[in-house]
Design a protein around this ligand. Structure first.
Ligand SMILES: Cc1cc2nc3c(=O)[nH]c(=O)nc-3n(C[C@H](O)[C@H](O)[C@H](O)COP(=O)(O)OP(=O)(O)OC[C@H]3O[C@@H](n4cnc5c(N)ncnc54)[C@H](O)[C@@H]3O)c2cc1C
Length: 446
């Protein structure tokens, strides 16, 4: 028995457990895996950046970056003597982001959002870009192409400029970050049951929504029933399956923002001179060629994709069936594109890196919300871009749950959450399952 069961011990479940435990509830986290943060969190590139297409996206990322930068304080670890000698803390490694846009990209709108929230940025014109980053080919290659396209090797036409966003970076160990959050929750009393799969979301009469039912707990594969008036779905790429067990997201009272798993690869290549962490390397989001990259400790680069039109999207049915190994096709597409931008890049002979799974909504914006089943809440649809917001997501779910459990109609009148580090309120209607979705061709940039 618990006040809340959180399903999923990834970075989201851990953050939610911490904030709900802090609010005075008893929290039980269950995960079918054998370690905290071992799901899609462990595959994350963990990039912390601020260029989102919505005000809510920029606000959440900027607030969360302040919390990453002050991680011990966020965890409450700086107040606890007992902490000395325990696990190390994940680190926010600062590394500016170069945002290379494609023709037609709404730069004015995008930079206006950064300015409104107070995120420092600047334009590097083509001369400044070439002078400050001599290892970059600053030619314009757009549109992105597959390596088997006869025009893949075409010479660039024209020159690029870019936006530099200074305070970006990455978390050096995403699984450790989830573990830090869970350790903090455990210190306050959270129970964590690993190796425990949820196979049923139990409900009974007494709800106020369409079904007239509300959550009363879960049942697990090993035959246990755990009673709880509140259950949170933080099951990452498996969350659509858990929603089906709960009978939610099957009709208009849960909106149209259904989420689906999608396979993704991230490759690892040696960083050329001028692009390591120690010699001026920057992270790049390159819409002109269709990849992103970031340096990592140890002199390598991570290279991922940003869903250019030429790359097929790999929707999948079962996250468990995904091979964790990179493929030649995807490796060549992503790494060869980056090699056009960084001509000194030494492309490995074999694919190196990993495959992970995103949990993607039609507009690539997450769903942090209640559902049509009273007492059943979701932190899902993180769309490959929400690791960075995990420090705030626990608080978001706490505020939504507090309001709804007190009878507030969050659907009609969305609550907001306080971003105390940056002095702004964040309207949580932006993450509602009922939001209107006009654009369904988004990307991981969110
Ligand atoms: C390759 C890749 C790169 C990424 N790069 C970035 C990035 O650079 N920046 C960024 O901000 N975001 C990034 N993301 C996104 C980010 O990592 C994810 O949004 C985030 O880690 C999701 O965390 P989660 O806790 O929701 O899910 P997960 O970490 O997947 O945790 C879900 C947990 O639920 C458990 N579970 C599932 N079903 C059940 C069940 N029925 N019973 C019990 N337990 C269950 C699973 O075992 C799992 O441990 C990336 C993601 C991937 C895959």
């Amino acid at each position: 028995m618990a006040d809340v069961v959180v399903v999923g011990a990834g970075v989201m479940g851990a953050s939610i457990a911490l904030e709900l435990q802090r609010s005075g509830r008893s929290v039980l986290v269950v995960d079918r895996g054998d370690a905290v943060g071992a799901g899609s969190t462990s595959a994350s590139s963990a990039v912390v950046r601020f260029n989102y297409s919505t005000l809510a996206g920029v606000t959440a990322a900027w607030e969360s970056a302040h919390r990453w930068a002050d991680w011990a304080h966020h965890l409450g670890a700086d107040q606890l003597e007992a902490d000395s000698g325990s696990r190390p803390l994940a680190r926010f490694v600062r590394c500016p982001m170069l945002f290379i846009q494609s023709p037609g990209f709404d730069r004015t709108g995008s930079t206006a959002l950064l300015s409104e929230v107070g995120v420092p940025w600047e334009v590097l014109d083509e001369d400044q870009l070439a002078e400050q980053f001599p290892a970059l080919d600053t030619g314009r290659f757009h549109p992105p192409r597959r390596p088997d396209d006869p025009r893949f090797g075409d010479d660039p036409s024209g020159q690029l400029d870019a936006i530099r966003i200074f305070d970006s970076g990455f978390i050096d160990d995403p699984q450790l970050a989830a573990t830090n959050l869970m350790d903090a929750a455990r210190r306050l009393g959270t129970q964590v049951h690993l190796g425990t799969e949820v196979v049923e979301v139990r409900h009974a009469n007494g709800g106020t929504g369409r079904t007239g039912r509300r959550t009363v707990g879960i049942a697990t594969a090993d035959g246990r029933e755990i009673d709880a008036p509140v259950v949170v779905n933080a099951a990452g790429p498996w969350s659509a399956g858990l929603n089906r067990l709960a009978g939610v997201f099957s009709g208009p009272d849960d909106g149209v923002a259904a989420n689906r798993p999608m396979r993704q690869e991230v490759h690892v290549v040696p960083a050329p001179s001028g692009f390591t962490l120690d010699d001026g390397g920057v992270m790049i989001a390159d819409l002109d060629l269709g990849y992103y990259s970031r340096p990592q400790v140890g002199g390598t680069l991570l290279v991922g994709g940003v869903e250019p039109d030429c790359d097929p999207l790999e929707w999948i049915d079962d996250p468990d069936a995904v091979s964790p190994h990179p493929t030649v096709d995807c490796f060549e597409a992503q790494v060869w594109r980056q090699a056009r931008r960084l001509p000194d890049l030494a492309v490995p002979h074999r694919p190196t890196g990993l495959a992970g799974v995103y949990d993607v909504t039609p507009d690539w914006v997450p769903i942090y919300d209640r559902t049509s089943l009273d007492g059943f809440y979701v932190a899902i649809g993180t769309s490959g871009n929400q690791f960075k917001n995990a420090p705030l997501v626990g608080q978001i779910l706490r505020d939504v749950i507090d309001a709804c459990e007190e009878g507030h109609d969050h659907d009609a009148d969305p609550v907001s959450t306080r971003c105390d580090r940056i002095g702004r309120d964040l309207d949580l209607g932006a993450f509602s399952r009922l939001r209107s979705i006009t654009e369904t061709t988004g990307t991981v940039l969110g």
